[in-house]
Design a binder for this molecule. Structure first.
Ligand SMILES: [Zn+2]
Length: 287
């Protein structure tokens, strides 16, 4: 999946594609299937294998967010208020995350591909001119970005908003995340998928996988099918955006059905302790 390599370039690329099938066969009306796929170059889309293991990178664990005692307990970190479990192996956050069903998007034996936490990440938001609910799209994106930044500690800054034709997209800028709201029939989307995240990474001078740019595509079908809500709480527009942004900072799917990072997150989706820990981990790569 993620480790297929280009021969000709040091930049490798992995695509995570979120597909929310709108087959209304489930009780409750809507079934969400978020399907992750990996692509090495242009070899087409194969299934992204779930359940990749986290590995503690040598430059990780430089936490930028304050970890609550419950998150510290989860991550097997010691500290005030932490409840030590009988089976706990201290200071092995990667093991704890993997055991809880969390996965990195891209990993090597030296750790997950993450953004460096001293880098300012410029986030641009483009809304296709054909989308009528521009304000809902922008509001939901802003909410989800705020949550991503707050929970990871990554320095996501406003790189501006624009409206226009999204038929042709420029490459995301270096150290940038490009968020694009596109019409449901956009050629950038595969089938009627509701969203996708694409992450570009390099192997840096320390041998660590480092994310250098990302693109999140969001379909107007999200606006048509979901209501506005709270990011990471239930199935709503904000949670759908947060799900893709969380991929864009290096986190893969969760095997936990309660998690908003589950491939088929449902109406009961929540930000679990493991999700909080994974988001904090994603912001812990020192420079
Ligand atoms: Zn996903």
């Amino acid at each position: 999946m993620s480790s297929r390599k280009h021969q000709s370039t040091t930049v490798r690329r992995l695509t995570v594609v979120g597909i929310l099938l709108t087959a209304a066969t489930l009780v409750g009306g809507f079934t969400g299937l978020l399907h992750a796929e990996g692509s090495g170059g242009h070899s087409g889309h194969g299934s992204h294998s779930e359940g990749a293991a986290w590995v503690n990178g040598a430059y990780d664990l430089d936490w930028k967010v304050e970890l609550s005692p419950s998150v510290r307990s989860f991550l097997t970190l010691t500290g005030e208020g932490v409840i030590r479990r009988a089976d706990q192996v201290d200071n092995d956050p990667a093991l704890a995350l993997t055991a809880a069903g969390s996965s990195p998007l891209i990993e090597s034996d030296r750790g997950a591909a993450l953004w460096p936490n001293c880098t300012q990440i410029q986030v641009t938001v483009q809304v296709d001119e054909r989308i009528p609910d521009r304000n809902l799209a922008l509001d939901a994106t802003r909410d989800a970005l705020e949550a991503t930044s707050r929970l990871s500690g990554l320095d996501l800054v406003d790189g501006g908003q624009s409206t226009g034709d999204t038929k042709h997209l420029s490459a995301p800028a270096l150290n940038g995340i490009q968020v694009v709201w596109v019409p449901a029939d956009s050629a950038h989307l595969i089938g009627r998928e509701l969203g996708s995240a694409e992450v570009w990474h390099i192997e840096d001078h320390r041998g660590q996988l480092t994310i250098i740019r990302a693109r999140v595509l969001l379909s107007t079908d999200i606006l048509a099918n979901y209501h506005a809500g709270s990011a990471g709480e239930g199935r709503n527009v904000q949670t759908a955006v947060l799900h893709e942004l969380t991929h864009a900072i290096g986190i893969g799917h969760s095997a936990d059905e309660a998690s908003f990072m589950h491939a088929e997150f449902g109406a009961q989706a929540q930000t679990t302790i493991a999700d909080l820990a994974a988001l904090a981990y994603a912001g812990s790569r020192s420079c």
